[in-house]
Design a protein around this ligand. Structure first.
Ligand SMILES: *Cc1c(COP(=O)(O)O)cnc(C)c1O
Length: 397
């Protein structure tokens, strides 16, 4: 099996696995306990807090551990808006049409409470322009949330400029950095960010742990996301997940070494040159300045749905459209940058594993060649081909 879905989640790095195992074995005490072992665990937790702070040019006191970027995004909206720092009459939020799904879910909830949300459209490259933001700002805008790197396209938005506009207008600026952390340089001051979300499993750390940066946290009055016994500055109750945090720290320390090695392979360039060599028509979505590890491709002359279905045991790939029980739903990101539903159906995201080999890529290209011009399967059968039809189509070469 070849795993081309690291934008969804990376496998655990070997260093992290070792660190996790040691933490589970030896650092099992509650970090709030005042005995020797508890204090030792607390020191380790705060060491990782310091690592994150150093990475992003913040103070450790501005970093809170969460269960992941989804929770961090929830805090960024709810804890901030329901806290005492935002005037009650400021009920307008600006975000974009290409955010992670969890942002829409939070926004829909806020809409039900009377908030108004403006969803900015990206340009064709999948980038949010500062101009578009300027036009959306109102006197009652409380928060702007624009992701740093998009998870479907790998594109990087100019958040320093976006943050500057927010600063000039005295609006808090949040950015979801789940995809950019450790892959793009981050300095919260240079990027003019007030709040930022991070996730460990997008850099080879364990799932279920992440962090949020909140500028000047100690002087803010925020609504706890989990009411509890005072952990994490009272913002998020519950025993601190020390082993996961320590694993997150190990990922922060070891990811770059692997990623730098990965970048030398030039996997994206190699894949594209192979497609060209075999005259396979393709279109890159959101091409300019995207991450080297993520590529969104539309293959207009390839029967992609069939390719993915037939080879589901062999390649892990993310499709540009998801087949729900009733109909095919195109990705909101792809439609926001102007793709039609048909184009989205012929689109997939390749996000490379750190140890991808040329052979892995050649294998994928070889498979794509096989599905060139295979007639589209009748719509009525889209759910899943019967065993007999699958056999027949597998034979089409
Ligand atoms: C993966 C991802 C998330 C969700 O992160 P979790 O840690 O799994 O909650 C949020 N935003 C973006 C951009 C992501 O890529």
């Amino acid at each position: 099996m070849i795993y081309f879905d690291t934008a969804s989640s990376y496998p655990i790095l070997p260093e992290v696995k070792k660190t996790l195992s040691e933490a589970f074995d030896y650092l099992y005490a509650n970090s709030a306990s005042s005995h020797f072992l508890g204090e030792k665990v607390n020191l380790e937790v705060n060491h990782v807090r310091g690592l994150i702070a150093d990475e992003i040019g913040a103070y450790p006191s501005e970093v809170i551990f969460t269960s992941g970027a989804t929770e961090s995004n929830n805090i960024a909206f709810k804890s901030i808006l329901f806290g005492n720092d935002i005037p009650a009459d400021k009920k307008h939020i600006i975000t974009s049409q290409i955010e992670h799904k969890c942002i829409f879910s939070i926004c829909h909830y806020l809409e039900s409470l009377g908030y108004e949300i403006t969803y900015i459209k990206p340009n064709k490259q999948g980038v949010i322009s500062p101009e578009a933001l300027k036009n959306a700002i109102r006197p009652e805008t409380a928060l702007v949330s624009i992701m740093h790197v998009n998870n479907e396209l790998g594109t990087i938005s100019p958040i320093a400029e976006i943050g500057e506009i927010c600063q000039q207008n005295d609006i808090l600026f949040h950015s979801d950095a789940a995809q950019s952390f450790k892959k793009v340089d981050i300095d919260v001051d240079e990027l003019n960010v007030d709040i930022m979300s991070f996730s460990a499993h997008k850099i080879g750390g364990p799932k279920g742990i992440g962090a949020i940066y909140i500028r000047d946290l100690r002087n803010k009055q925020l609504m706890p996301v989990i009411h509890g016994a005072g952990q994490e500055d009272g913002l998020r109750g519950g025993t601190v997940a020390a082993p996961l945090i320590i694993g997150f720290g190990s990922a922060i320390e070891s990811f770059s070494k692997h990623y730098d090695k990965f970048k030398q392979i030039k996997a994206k360039e190699f894949l594209l040159s192979e497609l060209e060599k075999h005259n396979i028509e393709y279109q890159i979505n959101g091409g300019v300045g995207s991450l080297p590890s993520c590529l969104s491709l539309t293959l207009p002359l390839t029967n992609l749905a069939l390719l993915i279905r037939d080879n589901e045991q062999y390649f892990c790939l993310a499709q540009g459209s998801a087949c729900s029980s009733k109909e095919i739903e195109a990705s909101h990101v792809l439609t926001a940058i102007g793709l039609t539903r048909e184009q989205a159906e012929k689109t997939f995201r390749i996000s490379f594993p750190l140890d991808v080999s040329n052979d892995n890529i050649l294998n994928l290209v070889e498979t794509i060649r096989k599905y060139r011009g295979v007639p589209t399967f009748a719509k009525a059968h889209f759910g899943r081909p019967s065993p007999s039809s699958r056999q027949k189509l597998n034979g089409t070469d």
